[in-house]
Design a protein around this ligand. Structure first.
Ligand SMILES: Nc1ncnc2c1ncn2[C@@H]1O[C@H](COP(=O)(O)OP(=O)(O)O)[C@@H](O)[C@H]1O
Ligand SMILES: [Mg+2]
Length: 458
């Protein structure tokens, strides 16, 4: 089946719907948004993720027109909207407190904005009906907001925000008031409604799972700056910094000095991976070869050569296709890898000296230009296998189980290594718990492949 991936950000001809160009927002001396440049494309579901106070709401308020940038420009559909008042922008903002009118029926709440615009009765009736249908609230049209549930009120607020068919809908913590289960259901409804209406959504959330679930791309923010913008899988699997790795999900960090490993020779070069059985993401296989400068090359370009060559475009990050190893052994957890893998770790990349007297950690995906630098290997708990028998793997570490978090579907083992570092290994409970053979105080082996983590410069 032909299947096109929605990824306008990889299309050099696509025009962004929203552009921030060098936008700074100050409140007095305080810099709330710091020289922000980013693009958001039509039909995107774009999530702003970051800790409280990092500037998410300020960004939204500038988009909606409630704040003006101190410096820089914001474009909507190619037009500088600096001087356009909020009610003249094709932008609507849905607030955390839905602010429904308590004395008006749900029907009247949805119709409110349209009436104020002076639309005729037939138009309003049609439009409200369409919004009620979209949010599955037809049966409740005549009720007052307090006569429906929290989740339904949320849907009414959404219907009201979409009634005027804005180009852009801003949602600031829209699901904050809902309990976990309802929240998860509503996330899927939101995605469905976004797809049906084709409206561009920008959502603010402090819940990383929510951002990962709904978003086409996630922007991770810190102190008024965007640290990384990428698809959820890239943000998770290939974070560009310790900050992002740590902010999104659980992560183990091995800090230490990088040392270059021997380059692959003919004999040690890994065999090319067989064609993956699943289609790799389109972006993973660029048609032309693009320059892939190493850290030194990037530094040279940015510091020395940019007046001549112009600004360097960071290539759109995409995950590499899985290696043969990853494909043949998708679930390594809890069981030592098969003996067939009993090969020397592949050559190339770097190794990290993270503790005296401990085996170095091998990362064949580490940039050799990091040789001699302090680095950090970020490794997700589910990438670390745990076993009682010593497995054969590029990275094998000994430790003791201190704690086990049992969540039904998954268990997380907290394992203390010889030097005191606590490492988490997460295992899917495909077998009944009574048959689990690893328990507290057990001496165990942790293992992971040479490409399981991401090497980040400190
Ligand atoms: N009107 C304002 N006057 C002064 N400071 C403000 C104003 N609005 C926001 N700030 C400050 O800007 C920072 C970012 O705020 P905000 O955008 O609301 O953060 P977030 O939504 O990410 O939690 C905070 O430190 C906040 O105190
Ligand atoms: Mg906020």
């Amino acid at each position: 089946m032909a299947h096109t991936v929605f990824s306008p950000w990889t299309d050099p001809n696509a025009k962004p719907l929203i552009q921030f160009k060098g936008v700074t927002k100050r409140f007095g001396d305080f810099v709330a948004i710091d020289d922000l440049t980013l693009d958001i494309y039509e039909r995107e579901f774009y999530a702003l993720l970051g800790p409280s106070g990092c500037g998410k709401t300020t960004m939204m308020r500038m988009l909606a027109g409630f704040e003006t940038p101190t410096e820089g420009q914001i474009f909507l559909g190619g037009q500088d909207i600096g001087a356009v008042p909020p009610n003249k922008r094709s932008v609507n903002m849905m607030f955390q407190s839905y602010a429904l009118f308590p004395h008006l029926s749900i029907w009247e709440n949805i119709a409110f904005g349209l009436k104020r615009e002076g639309k005729d009765r037939a138009f309003i009736a049609d439009r409200v009906q369409e919004m009620l249908r979209l949010t599955r609230m037809e049966k409740f049209a005549q009720r007052k907001p307090h006569q429906v549930s929290g989740g339904q009120r949320q849907r009414v607020a959404l219907a009201r925000s979409l009634a005027k068919a804005p180009k852009l809908l801003l949602l600031d913590e829209p699901l904050g008031a809902l309990d976990k289960k309802l929240r998860e259901e509503t996330q899927f409804e939101l995605m469905d409604i976004q797809e049906k209406t084709g409206t561009t959504f920008v959502i603010v959330t402090h819940d990383q799972e929510e951002a990962m679930t709904v978003a086409s791309r996630v922007a991770v923010m810190d102190h008024g700056k965007v640290i990384q913008v990428a698809t959820p899988d890239v943000i998770y699997e290939a974070p560009n910094s310790v900050y992002v790795a740590d902010f999104i999900g659980d992560v183990n960090l091995f800090r230490g000095k990088a040392q270059k490993r021997p380059e692959p020779t003919k004999e040690t070069a890994p065999q090319p991976a067989p064609e993956p059985p699943v289609a790799a993401p389109k972006a993973a296989a660029p048609a032309e070869r693009v320059a892939q400068p190493n850290e030194l090359g990037k530094w040279l370009h940015d510091k020395v050569l940019h007046p001549v060559l112009g600004r360097r475009e960071e290539p759109q990050p995409a995950l590499p296709a899985p290696t043969a190893d990853e494909l043949s052994n998708p679930v390594t957890q809890a069981q030592p890898p098969a003996k067939a893998e009993a090969t020397e770790p592949p050559a190339g990349g770097i190794e990290i000296h993270w503790a005296d007297g401990q085996p170095k950690v091998i990362a064949t995906n580490g940039d050799t230009a990091l040789d001699g630098k302090e680095v950090c290997l970020a490794l997700r708990p589910e990438k670390i296998g745990i076993s009682k028998d010593k497995p054969v793997a590029p990275n094998v570490l000994r430790g003791k189980v201190i704690d086990i978090g049992y969540l039904g579907n998954i268990s997380t083992y907290h394992v203390e290594l010889a030097d005191g570092l606590m490492v988490k290994s997460q295992v899917t409970n495909t077998r009944r718990i009574s048959r689990r053979d690893i328990t507290w105080e057990d001496e165990v082996w942790l293992s992971f492949t040479a490409t399981a983590g991401v090497v980040l410069e400190k």
